[in-house]
Ligand binder design. Structure first.
Ligand code: CTP
Length: 366
């Protein structure tokens, strides 16, 4: 494997620092993490240093913050990735995420759909992420692991409980496991980048088949149409617990300026992160309305959305700029909604998905 990052001053080029917005929630996990990090490590902290460090921290009344690292391709970012990073963050105080380089993904898995910049923007937009390292290697090599421990002060390297094998069949995390600095989180079933690509392709094929039938004026077999649509439906079953885990669990303050933006937010991408960031900057609380699957189908065609309502809601809720979502928002912003949610400003993007005119005059373009 080439170690191009060595000659590229990759750490400083690729390090994006984000303020720690949502600390403090996982105090118990953090305390557990601190205690195990001091005694579980091999090779990095020497024992005398360890004790003097402990003594110093105790004297100052400060606890060492546990820093955890998770890497990944994060291609076509989905709520499974977000849930992995949420769990990783709960194992420490600060989460550093390595976004694997395009070259390394090509060498180990095949070409990614999204570019490095897009994948970086998506990962950086997640509320659990504190720092991002661009162009990370696919496997944890000894050299990279030492950089993580010494330069980035990482305590633990984290990955999902699925095997991550290199082309030669070896475990990409073997070294981290060997030195006792590896922790595992539970992989989220029912979604993967491959599955999303499958859904997109299937939706394109179905749309084309539908058009061919219409052009040939042949009657379409309704059962076949339903079976075809079901073939690329998500198997994800949303639970109230998962929604709470992704939620900020905080309403707007009494004088908060509530900004509302709505949309399909299908296949959550870097452009969505950007518009949500801009919308949030216009007020103190960002409420996002996620259209129902039916509304999206009506406006984009029967094989849309690709991701269903609850999947789209989780992706939006995972974004650091979002305070609250309406799961199944109407197409039109009603007076009732404005009163109920105390909405001060309704905004929308300058790129319209359909030619349907917006119904609320106060909508402000971003
Ligand atoms: N992950 C997860 N649940 C999923 C998908 C990914 O917990 N449904 C975790 C992986 O275990 C890994 C991290 O997210 O720790 C980044 O995964 P990534 O490298 O992007 O790729 P894959 O594991 O191949 O997943 P996908 O095909 O969905 O990209």
């Amino acid at each position: 494997m080439t170690m191009e990052y060595e000659s590229n001053s990759w750490i400083w080029d690729g390090l994006y620092y984000y303020p720690h917005f949502f600390g403090g929630l996982m105090l118990t996990a953090a305390l557990l993490g601190v205690s195990t990090s001091y005694f579980g490590g091999i090779g990095v902290f020497s024992l005398p240093h360890l004790w003097s460090d402990c003594f110093h921290k105790k004297k100052c009344g400060k606890k060492k913050r546990v820093r955890v690292y998770m890497d990944g391709c994060f291609d076509l970012m989905h709520y499974g990735h977000a849930n992995a990073l949420r769990q990783a963050k709960a194992l420490g105080d600060e989460l550093v995420v390595g976004v694997v380089s395009d070259e390394e993904i090509i060498a180990n898995k095949g070409p990614p759909v999204l570019s490095m910049e897009e994948r970086l923007a998506l990962v950086s937009g997640l509320k659990w992420v504190d720092e991002v390292i661009a162009n990370a290697p696919y496997a944890i090599t000894e050299q990279f692991m030492n950089r993580l421990f010494n330069e980035h002060k990482i305590d633990y390297i984290i990955h999902g409980d699925d095997p991550c094998l290199l082309p030669d069949g070896t475990d990409a995390y073997a070294l981290a496991k060997k030195v006792g600095r590896y922790k595992q989180i539970k992989r989220t079933e029912g979604v993967s980048s491959t599955d999303i690509v499958g859904r997109i392709l299937s939706s394109m094929e179905d749309t084309k088949a539908c058009e061919d039938h219409n052009n040939a004026s042949l009657p379409r077999d309704p059962l076949r149409a339903i079976q075809s649509k079901d073939a690329h439906l998500s198997q994800f079953l949303p639970t109230s617990r998962r929604i709470v885990q992704f939620s900020n669990c905080k309403g707007p303050g009494p004088n908060a300026r509530v900004v509302y933006i709505d949309g399909a937010f299908d296949l959550f991408h870097a452009g969505h992160v950007e518009i949500l960031k801009k919308a949030r900057q216009l007020g103190d609380f960002l409420l996002v309305g996620i259209y129902t699957d039916q509304i999206v189908s009506e406006h984009r065609g029967s094989y849309h959305p690709i991701m269903h309502l609850h999947e789209r809601s989780l992706s939006v809720l995972a974004c650091r700029y979002v305070d609250e979502v309406i799961i199944g928002a109407p197409w039109e912003v009603t007076k009732d909604m404005i009163t109920t949610f105390n909405i001060c400003l309704v905004v929308h993007g300058t790129v319209s998905e359909t030619n349907t005119p917006l119904t609320v005059r106060s909508k402000r373009s971003l």
